[in-house]
Design a protein around this ligand. Sequence first.
Ligand code: MTE
Length: 447
Amino acid sequence: MTKPQQKLGRLVKAPENFLAKEDAKSPESMRRKFLVASAATAGLGLASAARAASNPVGGKGDPNILTLPEHSVGLGAPVAANGYGVPSKYEKGLQRRESPGLTRVSAASVAFTPLQGTFGIITPSGLHFERHHQGWWDIDPSKHRLMINGLVKNPKVYTMDDLMRLPSVSRIHFIECGANTAMEWGNVAVPTVQYTHGMVSCSEFTGVPLSVLLEDCGYDKKNGKYVLGEGADGSSMTRTIPMSHALDDVIVAYGMNGEMLRPENGYPLRLVVPGIQGVSWVKWLRRIEVGDMKWATKDEAVHYIDLMPDGMHRQYTGIQECKSVITSPSGGQMLLDKGFYNISGLAWSGRGKIKRVDVSVDGGKNWRTARMEGPQHAKAFSRFNIDWVWNGAPAILQSRAIDDTGYVQPTVHQLREVRGTRSIYHNNMIQSWKVAESGEVSNVQVS
Ligand code: MTE
């Protein structure tokens, strides 16, 4: 890790930031102020430089320190003022957002996770992306039922109470919509990481392994080759899952990040299908059928298929291949200073664990290996960081992830060679962010 001898560069985050409003509006005046302050302290250590740089009143001292604020002298709010805690009012810029003009009907749309503003590997439940085909519902759990039928000896109906009395597991997994990064197949389309990559989130899910329920119903071990998951919403979301997968790590989940699922994410019950595209994670799960062949439902025969360059479609390509993205600095942000920046991002693979992430600041000519920040789970987010001292020259930031199968995340050109440019789903190309001399960061595609 670089010792922070360099000036710590400041970043205007997008869309939320902690700079004073007038400074964020005028990065040029902010930068000038900073340069004057640094010149005055040339030759001094970081601590004095930082002190002077953050001294807005020319040696008179920072009123934020010198004038005792009300919160240091008064009585704070009482306990349980919020029976269920909410984020600070200063964080209200950090929101799930709908991409303008993406879909005409917001009940069949997507709200993207603000990846630029989250830390670590867990997505806060309230910021988990949403993708609904026919809106979301807050379903009464006392009336919700899960039926298991088809090729089983004992078809059964479970209440939520039944399910929650069974042995449970808790596992951390990412969920990524197959359509994440869909708009970038042909060219650069959207400005920020929230819209290029925000159809992915990562949570701890709790529930009953599907294998336990299948055993409980006596599934047909000889002919039961597939299961079908069906949702209770109007979209009749139905997806085929191979039995090998169903018995491996699929969970019938009611919990997310230590609490019940949020209604938007399938309360009170959803399928968790680790490593597989989000559409198979059926929400408001009401039925599982065991069968001997694929069902070819509308959401697997017509939608969520890959249009190949020769005009043919590939079906049942559910695995989300290894992918990564730099979340800071990223599109729409602005670097105000030359100096030290912590480049940070996320990597994930539907096939297992992330082995390594490389980062380039020159558009892929040279690569350095990033530090992995915290715990690394299979089919989950891994957070990476790497030090970077920006010298003020234009730069192109990229990350390239490698998973424990040895698969290397492809460049945009490698991916297009195989897949063409007319697909919607399964775009895992290396993302490039250009840092201009002005410090502005934008979405670009380079070889
Ligand atoms: N399940 C039902 N019943 N209805 C839906 O519309 N959308 C699917 C899947 N499960 C959907 C569903 C799609 S396309 C995705 S990407 C994920 O749910 C999104 O899950 P999330 O909204 O919890 O992020």
